[in-house]
Design a protein around this ligand. Sequence first.
Ligand SMILES: Cc1cc2nc3c(=O)[nH]c(=O)nc-3n(C[C@H](O)[C@H](O)[C@H](O)COP(=O)(O)O)c2cc1C
Length: 210
Amino acid sequence: MKTIIDNLNWRYATKKFDSSKKVSQENLETLLEVLRLTPSSYGLQPYKFLIIENPEVREKLKEKSWGQTQITDASHLIVLCSYIDVNETHIDAHITNTASTRGMEVENLKGYSDFMKNTISQLDTERKQIWNSKQAYIALGQLLHACATMKIDATPMEGYDPAGYDEVLGLKEKNLHASVVCPIGYRSEEDATQHFAKVRKSKEDLIEFI
Ligand SMILES: Cc1cc2nc3c(=O)[nH]c(=O)nc-3n(C[C@H](O)[C@H](O)[C@H](O)COP(=O)(O)O)c2cc1C
């Protein structure tokens, strides 16, 4: 248990990455599996994770991220996108996947399918987008914790222009919206932030037993 807390104290939102250090392919694969295994509402996974490798694209994205250097200097840049719209097609695909994974007949999942379709049909586009984005943030939390466990640095980032990301990455055509961004890699020794004490509310302020 102490290790969990030690790891969470070790991590911090890295401001300056060492651009010479790369996350190994093996570690990257583990983190991608962490993202894939993220739980989501109904298991619908209304998101897609873009791993931006192209340096030119990352340079353009830095311009859309108020010049924050983590975008270009980190080993890998992960853009956690959520679907703008989630509709019956997504539910049908999920049902087909569930049936084949669990060796079931699609017809036996009709009740579940209808229930999901009925629920999402009551959401307007804005509420769907908020709901989908929330799911992407669960993936972010899981990613941050896994990175801390693996002693890989990461920075959760909302400081960017989503419309600019949309423009650079052509997201709208893919029914995607950049919900949150997370560069991963290794901290630079020069990053003074790593030595700052963690600022958090006290347990008494934050947690209430009722
Ligand atoms: C959703 C989210 C968005 C954030 N956006 C940025 C950002 O754009 N740039 C940045 O340097 N830090 C960003 N941060 C880092 C927070 O400022 C940082 O996590 C918080 O101050 C707590 O510090 P710690 O993560 O170092 O423990 C963001 C954090 C979260 C969770």
